[in-house]
Design a binder for this molecule. Structure first.
Ligand SMILES: [Zn+2]
Ligand SMILES: [Zn+2]
Length: 451
């Protein structure tokens, strides 16, 4: 080390951590600025521009406008080797009652995605240090993905009809566009609600899901003067939801199944029989076969609603997310880096691979390549709720940046032996072309007449 040369991961890690410590204010500042300007999926233009600027200031060449607002920047080390992606998600939710909500759109960072940009930029600061070029092999890709929250289904379907989208989530769409074709493995971190003590959690899984856009089509008539001449699409939707509720007693604990949705169009005028009602629904389960079976039953319930009042129903089934598969080798490297940063006693492994109930498109990525999606307990409140806020920005941004930078260093040092081992030990559940064909096949629209 006398001449400043760095030869091993053990030498490189402190350089990375010190670099992140020096830019802590910038990283947290970026996260806070993104929090203050929440943008929903495929519309995260300001968020994306802010991240692109941060990467360009480090000398990286940024490809932006991928899947509308996504971006990617690759940084190569001196010797060839595998490519590791570090990912951040751009989008907010819509929770109008959240203290950080945009008053016009209701957009709010009630899932903590704004911290992920800070994490990723921290990793970029650390890994672009010139001293690390010669000790690491391969490359790192910084990827910002749009639209992880599967919301605004009607609007995204319209974008698809206009040819502006193929799939309705960011990582799904970037997989379709080939953004991940030159990437060997991927990681990102997400915030979780904690009790104030530092905790990094690895392992566990998420639900797969299917998304429904269900349009009940009736006939309008004067609701007071001639209701008998109408066909009430809202009543059809109510009947359908009651039928859906009858399924709940048949759900089995081990599937962690969920059925839920919103009526996004309930009618037009109170004095006319509603003739066009839209329900955006979701069915979730961890096991793919259980999901398919439950999906079919719920679709049958939509038809039952239409049949009950003699309406028509147009059911668009949209491919949702696949369950998260955390790669055990990457997870081991990550956990040992987490122990260095927050202490071994604060790193927890979820022993069983049960689903947390929610879903993420990181699950889709993990179906085609080794991937990890650990959590940092930096938030308080209920996820997606009005009280979900980041309580500890150091734990939300700085610690994750150090852990992920260290993980990449371990994977790509020593001629990338660690990363090569991850690849050698990994069999993806699907190839990328199998994944795209599978998801495309799940996308379909059916018109059922209950007349
Ligand atoms: Zn979320
Ligand atoms: Zn989230």
């Amino acid at each position: 080390m006398a001449n400043g040369a760095i030869l091993t991961a053990a030498d490189a890690r402190p350089v990375a951590h010190e670099t992140i410590d020096r830019v802590t204010r910038d990283l947290v500042g970026t996260a806070r600025k993104i929090y203050a300007e929440p943008e929903v999926g495929f519309r995260e233009r300001k968020t994306s521009a802010r991240i692109a600027q941060g990467l360009r200031e480090l000398g990286l060449v940024v490809e932006d406008g991928i899947a509308h607002t996504g971006l990617k920047a690759v940084y190569e080390f001196d010797r060839p080797g595998p490519r590791v992606a570090v990912i951040c998600e751009l989008d907010s939710l819509r929770v109008p009652s959240h203290p950080g909500a945009d008053p016009d759109t209701g957009a709010a960072h009630a899932c903590g995605h704004h911290t992920q940009a800070g994490m990723m930029l921290g990793v970029a600061h650390a890994l672009t240090r010139p001293e690390l070029r010669s000790v690491l092999s391969g490359s790192v890709a910084f990827v910002a993905t749009p639209a992880e929250e599967f919301i605004d289904v009607s609007a995204r379907l319209e974008m698809r009809k206009a040819g502006l989208l193929g799939f309705l989530s960011g990582k799904q769409e970037m997989l379709r566009l080939g953004t991940f074709d030159d990437i060997d493995m991927a990681m990102m971190m997400h915030t979780a609600s904690g009790d104030g003590s530092p905790r990094i959690t690895v392992g566990g899984s998420s639900n797969g899901h299917m998304v429904h856009h269900v349009r009940f089509i009736g006939r309008s008539a004067h609701a007071g003067g001639a209701p008998e001449r109408g066909i009430n699409a809202l009543q059809a939707a109510m009947l359908a939801l009651n039928a859906v509720n009858t399924q709940r007693e048949t759900l089995q604990e081990q599937h962690v199944a969920r059925i839920h949705g919103i009526i996004s169009r309930g009618g037009t005028a109170v004095n006319a029989v509603p003739d066009d009602v839209v329900y955006e629904g979701r069915v979730r389960a961890m096991d793919p076969a259980a999901l398919t079976e439950l999906n079919d039953r719920v679709v049958r319930c939509y038809k039952a609603g239409a049949l009950g009042v003699g309406a028509n129903v147009e059911i668009t089934t949209i491919p949702g997310y696949l369950s998260m598969q955390n790669n055990p080798d990457m997870q081991d490297v990550f956990a040992s880096n987490a122990a260095i940063v927050v202490g071994r006693e604060n790193v927890r492994a979820t022993e069983d691979v049960g689903s947390r109930g929610g879903s993420t498109d990181m699950g889709d990525l993990s179906t085609v390549m080794p991937a990890i999606h650990p959590y940092t307990s930096a938030a308080t409140g209920t996820g997606h709720g009005p009280d979900y806020v980041i309580a500890d920005y150091d734990l939300a941004v700085v610690a994750p940046a150090k852990i992920m930078a260290g993980t990449v260093i371990d994977l790509l040092s020593d001629d990338a032996t660690g990363a090569k081992q991850v690849i050698a030990n990994h069999t993806p559940l699907m190839t990328r072309s199998q994944y795209l064909a599978f998801q495309a096949e799940r996308f379909h629209t059916e018109l059922y007449s209950g007349k």
